[in-house]
Design a protein around this ligand. Sequence first.
Ligand code: CU
Length: 160
Amino acid sequence: MAVHSSLVTFAILALMAPAISSAMEYVVGGDDGWKLGVKYEDWAKDKMFVVGDTLVFKYKSESHNVYKVTGDEFKSCSVPSNNSLGSFTGNDRIKLATAGTKWYICGTSGHCDGGMKLKITVLDGAPAPAPSAASTLFAKGTGFHVLLGMIFSIVAVIMV
Ligand SMILES: [Cu+2]
């Protein structure tokens, strides 16, 4: 019976997975944090940022800071005169409120040119799928989960 129960549990989890995915919190740079010598492009490339997620910039506040900039400022490493993000605490939390491309740089002289720059693309949050909207689910690319869940449900039912 143990096998059957775990199959049923797996089926339930697989079915629920798209619905229970919630806002993520990303520490920029992972364990390295926000400093010189980290390739933030590499850090960001395999991540999917969604509206509602939070970026956490962890850094030594006497050495670094974080500015939200435009694409042009990002390219030229121009530090804006105002800090749109508030204060520099060394543990700055930035909630991703809107979809689109976002750019962040360190404003300490030479640091942006030295690689302290982060560009991410924020996607619209996926609304929790309605249970009856199977066709919509497939269209949104979460179909695999549902399909997997259904297969295991059927297998579990047959076996029990
Ligand atoms: Cu810096």
